[in-house]
Structure formats: structure tokens, C-alpha cells
Design a protein around this ligand. Structure first.
Ligand SMILES: [Cu+2]
Length: 146
């Protein structure tokens, strides 16, 4: 009997280590005063983990933008709380569709950042000029370390 309980505890421990659900808030005003920002803007997760995206209001969502070539695209509904599972290793930039032009963009690192150079190159070619939050994504990209 004790052995069975021990096994159950071991199994539940393994499962919680395998897949976690993280939370990212999509907010109009950030806790540090930044406007139109993902919190946290840069998050590290494991392959198989999920992220629950929580918009502060109807004007925000999370939509894949630049990611690993074999990854699935995703787009959550405006104002909808949705959980997305990340099963492909690499770095992902994702955006809020209504606020892309003011860089409401976040960065997710899933496992190892195997495609970081590619993401940086694509971002350089797309970033252009904007009216706000110019340095935000470059700052996030600097945080990606193997
Ligand atoms: Cu937004």
C-alpha cells in the first residue's frame, strides 16, 4: 500500500515537472508605467509548457509573428483569455494585432534559443520606424542567452 502511494507521488511529480502553465498579461498600462506591453515581455519556458494570455481589456490579443519555422501559428481572440501550448523549441516574437505599430510585442524562449539569429535577422528587416517603444524588442532580444 505504501509503495502505491509512493509511486503516485512520484508520477504526479514527474507530470508537474514536464508541463507547466505560465501567465502573460497583455496590458494597456504596465506595472512600471509602460504603455501597451506584455507582462512579462520576455519569458522562458520549457518545451511542452503552455502560456495563458490574459488581456486587460477587449483591445488586446496575442498573435504569433516570428517563430521557429516548424512551429504552429497562433492567434488568441481580442479580450479572450486563452492558453497556448508550445511544442517547438526556439524563440518566438508575438504581437498584439491592434497595437503592433506601437510595438506591443513580446518574446518567448522555449527550451534552447536555436533560431535566435534568424529571429534577429527577420526582426531587423521588419522593424522599420515606429512612434513609440522603439527599443523594447531589441532589449528583449538582448536577454536571450543560451
Ligand atoms: Cu494591445
Amino acid at each position: 500500500m505504501h509503495k502505491i502511494f509512493f509511486c503516485l507521488i512520484m508520477i504526479s511529480g514527474v507530470f508537474s515537472a514536464v508541463a507547466e502553465e505560465h501567465t502573460v498579461n497583455l496590458v494597456t498600462t504596465g506595472s512600471d508605467g509602460q504603455m501597451m506591453v506584455m507582462e512579462p515581455g520576455f519569458i522562458k519556458i520549457k518545451v511542452g509548457d503552455s502560456i495563458k494570455f490574459i488581456p486587460s481589456d477587449i483591445t488586446h490579443n496575442a498573435s504569433s509573428f516570428i517563430g521557429p519555422q516548424t512551429s504552429k501559428a497562433f492567434s488568441t481572440g481580442l479580450g479572450k483569455i486563452e492558453s497556448i501550448k508550445f511544442e517547438t523549441e526556439g524563440v518566438y516574437l508575438y504581437k498584439c494585432d491592434p497595437h503592433f505599430m506601437i510595438r506591443m510585442i513580446g518574446l518567448i524562449k522555449v527550451g534552447s534559443p536555436v533560431n535566435i539569429d534568424e529571429v534577429k535577422n527577420i526582426w531587423e528587416s521588419k522593424k522599420g520606424t515606429v512612434i513609440a517603444n522603439q527599443e523594447r524588442i531589441d532589449d528583449y532580444l538582448k536577454m536571450v542567452i543560451n
